[in-house]
Design a protein around this ligand. Structure first.
Ligand code: PMP
Length: 322
């Protein structure tokens, strides 16, 4: 293999961590497809972003938007509520661009996440775990209102730059990577930015694509990063009319599929990827042919302290799940 020679004229060379965001691979999951291969399953490998998750896209867009609007500059701290991945993205980009970052999050966020955030120099405000991500949202509003001049509060739940990041990058990438052949798009709902932005792009450019949103099936669930809309503070950017189908998936089935992805495809991914696959397999079951694209939002490393990894992998290698 010949490596490209680096030089001043090489404009394609990344200059900072921001240039590494997006353009993630689309992987085919043959082990989870039916043998005839007529329904193809693809995973958008969002853990390949530099901060390790899909949220790098939204965080980069919101920080650049804040700079452009004059809301963020020297002396301001980036402040938000985040269950983890957006926080990691803010912390990474804040470090690269010279902004302090302060994050409100439930105390029970995995220790790995807290360590990553502190490694990037972020300040953490830990909130009551019983109140979940909504408790963190309430706290961030208090912190902001106490001293609004000090902070840039992107508010990922209400900021249009969140979903627009996906309208401008994730959507076009998926259409190009499938040569326009995608028939179903599946993404879990957290802030809903990924689903709403990618969904709106596909609705405009490829109206035949079925848009499938995925939520936890109960208020108390283990699908970190995802929201049960009926019982949560509904994000301002969420558009409930966009989805053709809004699916509910269980925590246990998502754990099982997360383990199977590691064992059978060699993909160590997060639990919401297992949830997306649970929805994808259900959609695949109902089709004769098609190309299903699922967003795999992050990698599995941050979840390795969770107990489900140690439970016997019953169901692994069992064929006929789909
Ligand atoms: N999965 C994981 C692991 C996440 O962290 C998030 C973000 N909260 C999502 C899915 C959902 O992404 P979005 O906020 O764009 O809806």
């Amino acid at each position: 293999m010949t490596l490209p020679v680096a030089g001043a004229a090489d404009v394609s060379r990344p200059r900072s961590v921001l240039d590494l965001v997006g353009n993630t691979p689309l992987l085919r999951l043959r082990r989870f497809e039916r043998a005839d291969g007529r329904v193809q399953l693809y995973a958008k490998a969002e853990w390949k972003n530099p901060g390790g998750s899909v949220k790098d896209r939204a965080a980069a867009a919101m920080i650049l938007d804040g700079e452009q609007k004059g809301l963020l500059g020297a002396g301001r701290t980036v402040l938000d509520a985040t269950s983890g991945n957006t926080g990691i993205a803010y912390a990474m980009i804040g470090a690269a661009r010279g902004y302090p970052v302060k994050l409100c999050m439930p105390e029970n966020v995995t220790p790995e996440r807290k360590r990553i955030l502190r490694a990037y120099g972020a300040e953490l405000v830990l909130t009551d775990p019983m109140e979940g991500s909504d408790g963190a949202i309430r706290r961030v509003r208090e912190v902001y209102q106490a001293d609004p001049e000090r902070y840039y509060y992107p508010d990922q739940y209400s900021n249009p730059a969140n979903w627009k990041a996906h309208y401008q990058s994730t959507g076009p990438e998926i259409l190009a990577q499938t040569d326009g052949g995608v028939t179903h798009f599946i993404a879990g709902l957290g802030t809903s930015g990924t689903f709403v932005g990618t969904g709106r792009f596909l609705r405009e450019r490829a109206p035949h694509v079925q848009l499938v949103s995925v939520q936890p099936d109960t208020a108390l669930h283990g699908l970190e990063g995802m929201k049960h809309m009926e019982t949560a503070i509904v994000p301002g950017i969420y558009d409930a009319t966009l989805a053709d189908v809004d699916m509910r998936v269980g925590t246990e089935e998502s754990y099982l599929l997360t383990k199977r992805l590691a064992l059978e495809e060699g993909l160590l991914v997060g639990i919401s990827s297992g949830a997306a696959l649970a929805a994808g397999l259900r959609v695949a079951d109902s089709l004769e042919s098609g190309a299903i694209v699922m967003v795999f939002a992050d990698g599995g490393e941050k979840y390795l302290s969770e107990r489900f990894w140690e439970e016997p992998p019953e169901g692994s290698f069992v064929s006929g799940v789909n």
